[in-house]
Design a binder for this molecule. Sequence first.
Ligand SMILES: Nc1ncnc2c1ncn2[C@@H]1O[C@H](COP(=O)(O)OP(=O)(O)O)[C@@H](O)[C@H]1O
Ligand SMILES: [Mg+2]
Length: 266
Amino acid sequence: MTHAVEIRDLHKSFGDLEVLKGIDFTVDEGQVVCVIGPSGSGKSTLLRCVNLLEVPTKGSVSVGGVELTDPDVDIDAARRRLGMVFQSFNLFPHMSALENVMLAQRRVLKRGRAEAERIARENLEKVGVAAKCDTFPPQLSGGQQQRVAIARALAMDPALMLFDEPTSALDPELVGDVLSVMRDLARDGMTMLVVTHEMSFAREVADRVVFMDGGVIVEEGPPDQVIGNPQHARTRTFLKRVLDPTHAQDDAGVADDTPAAPPPVH
Ligand SMILES: Nc1ncnc2c1ncn2[C@@H]1O[C@H](COP(=O)(O)OP(=O)(O)O)[C@@H](O)[C@H]1O
Ligand SMILES: [Mg+2]
């Protein structure tokens, strides 16, 4: 059977620093897998290897049965099947929300203006910002900008959506809107690989949770197991810091409730 994503013995080094030390896992079609773990554990590098923003040092990554790490693969064609949403929204400030969602459809998929506009409007409606089509990103809240960024990715008809801490840069009161869009996508059957610190989201939406630390997968399984009843001390220590604000103060890199604290850096 073909997995939507299949990662085998994935290694990635930057010079002498080995950041990924042999990662193996799969995501099946329609599944949501949440990746959790401390800052610096290699979560972003893993996602960047899945869409080949980073070239793995060793191992293989396949998406929809196409091996992206095969030197003969048409990387642009393969990457077109992936939607990526980052912590920073990366919208063009001088283009309206609608134009931002149309741009790659026109340039990469060569869609005509009318078709690109129709699909852009559909997706902006889907993420709840249809009223903001003509607004420019600097006039949108962070939550609205992130939803436009999600619409932009969806407009490309991705087979897989990758999210790298999509709510980490948002004010706390805006996080819920973005998570609710992601929850709807999951319900609609989108295959998703999500790096997040939002444990209640992971618990509710993920089919599987992968806990990474130090470039390896320490444990993985259903959320009730990994978050609800972790088997490894490293997982328990991490969860304690993320879930219990009184412990969060012990570790400046982990999200907490203190309003004055800077957002977590990843
Ligand atoms: N382009 C790069 N060059 C050198 N080191 C990097 C690069 N990207 C990431 N790293 C290092 O790899 C480690 C893991 O980073 P990252 O994947 O961003 O972790 P996470 O997303 O879990 O916080 C960190 O030590 C980071 O400094
Ligand atoms: Mg990261």
